[in-house]
Design a protein around this ligand. Structure first.
Ligand code: EPU
Length: 434
């Protein structure tokens, strides 16, 4: 297992380019299952989850060509398997996004039911209730969700009212509805830019989706979908993470190939606490921080609210801010595991259920720490950049799932960070018998 060794205290300076959004790329890759024609996706981030999603598509019988590192040409004309096994789903929950397309195009799908994870229970009951509304028969067999389209072989469009906003739930049902008979309406749908990006791709494929990016999405089902080319939107969470890195280290960064419009709430909040952020043009931000940060309460919310995926990074900012801040996590029930690791580095954090109180500023000191999930690991990297001395972050495979070469990007900006590879144990040679 790789680790990151970071020696903190260096201000980050220079220019960094933002990669494509993992959480947009994953559903867009799943969309390729809806057609026998080729889907070409550009600007895919080079991260572990994309490799896992590719593996899933190939296991189902699809072919994936990579003419360039960040371009995939996906063809699902020969899908013969309709199953996402536990081995894959347990490493990446987004594999459940195969359910909607498989059910809609082939009338059957079997996907292992994901269990809870480091940030909460994360059930998929709302996805399944939606498929049932589309006329599917959904059963749970030996830990797998097994779903069949109605006897006529095609899902039926329906009105769905989500009782809770769910991002992949909205995407899964939107994917399924594109090939359903008749019209579907998704009410209380997730408004995240990744949902709108998926709808853009689907419409290029010939789907009829209106309203994605708002709480009401209308989908008129079509008989079949065709090939398309699509460029994935920039990753707003990676953008926010680099803004936080510039602010924490008192650096000055130009962040390019991003889309500031997708993180207006984050930019507004970080300006409020004292980070200087300027939009140089529609895809470039200039970030610096000369003065002290000031504490401010924050509550995570579905888009366009402050994203839960930036909560851990915000907590590190609050450890360096003057005053007391309360952070409320409303999306996931257990997303403060980074809190105890940050405490080990000297932060003053008190966690009570879904609320964390941070008193700052605290002088952080380097320590060995353990990453528990993707965004928690990003927060530990940020803490390591600001701490005095050496921080050793274990289990950085979490960060490799969603940040493209973060240590390389940070090093180019002047950070003292290196990946430490654990030597692979080679068994001792045994003498040959005889
Ligand atoms: N929920 C249910 N039932 C469902 C679905 C969701 O109760 O059927 C609950 C969840 O347990 C959670 C809340 O609804 O409490 C919101 O979950 P959501 O379904 O929106 O989360 P998700 O779709 O599983 C995506 C991102 C996450 C991000 C969340 C929230 C992808 C692949 N993942 O997860 O990203 O935190 O939306 O914005 O898009 C990450 O990138 O680090 C990450 C965890």
């Amino acid at each position: 297992m790789d680790k990151f060794r970071i020696t903190g205290g260096r201000p980050l300076k220079g220019r960094v380019s933002i990669s494509g959004a993992k959480n947009s790329a994953l559903p867009c890759m799943a969309a390729a299952l809806l057609t026998s024609e080729t889907i070409t996706l550009h600007n895919l981030p080079y991260v572990r989850d994309i490799i896992t999603q590719r593996r899933l598509l190939e296991d189902l019988g699809g072919t994936v060509l990579t003419p360039e590192l960040r371009t995939h040409k996906i063809n699902a004309s020969h899908v013969e398997v309709f199953e996402a096994p536990y081995e894959l789903v347990k490493t990446m929950r987004a594999s459940v996004l195969a359910l909607g397309p498989l059910l809609a195009r082939f009338g059957k799908a079997k996907v292992s039911l994901p269990g809870g994870c480091a940030i909460g229970m994360r059930p998929i009951d709302l996805h399944l209730a939606g498929f049932e509304k589309f006329g599917a028969e959904v059963k749970l067999e030996a830990g797998n969700v097994v779903a069949y389209a109605p006897p006529e072989g095609r899902l039926r469009g329906a009105e769905i009212h989500f009782e809770k906003v769910t991002v992949t739930g909205t995407e899964n049902l939107m994917l399924a509805a594109t090939l359903a008979r008749g019209r579907s309406v998704l009410h209380n749908a997730a408004c995240e830019p990744e949902v709108a990006d998926l709808a853009d791709l689907l419409n290029k494929m010939g789907a009829r989706v209106i309203g994605a990016g708002t709480p009401t999405i209308q989908i008129q089902g079509v008989e079949s979908l065709g090939g398309a080319q699509h460029t994935i939107i920039p990753d707003r969470i990676e953008t926010g993470t680099f803004i936080a890195a510039a602010a924490l280290t008192g650096g000055a960064l130009e962040i390019k190939d991003c889309y500031p419009g997708h993180l207006s709430t984050v930019i507004e909040k970080l300006r409020e606490i004292g980070v200087e952020i300027e939009e140089l043009n529609p895809t470039t931000l200039e970030v610096s921080c000369r003065g002290r940060l000031s504490a401010s309460n924050m509550t995570t919310q579905p888009y366009p609210g402050f994203p839960t995926d930036m909560q851990a990074q915000y907590m590190v900012l609050m450890t360096q801010a003057e005053g007391v801040s309360v952070i409320d996590e409303t999306i996931f029930e257990n997303r403060f595991m980074h809190g105890s690791e940050l405490q080990r580095m000297g932060a003053k954090i008190f966690v009570n259920g879904r609320s964390a109180t941070v008193s700052g500023p605290s002088a952080l000191t380097g320590a060995p720490v353990l990453a528990s999930d993707l965004r928690a690991s990003a927060s530990l990297v940020l803490a390591g950049l600001v701490a005095s001395g050496e921080t050793l972050i274990d289990r950085v495979y979490h960060i490799d799932r969603g940040y493209e070469k973060i240590e390389v990007k940070l090093r180019q900006l002047g950070a003292d960070i290196e990946r430490v590879r654990e030597p692979v144990a080679v068994p001792a040679l045994q003498p040959l018998p005889g």
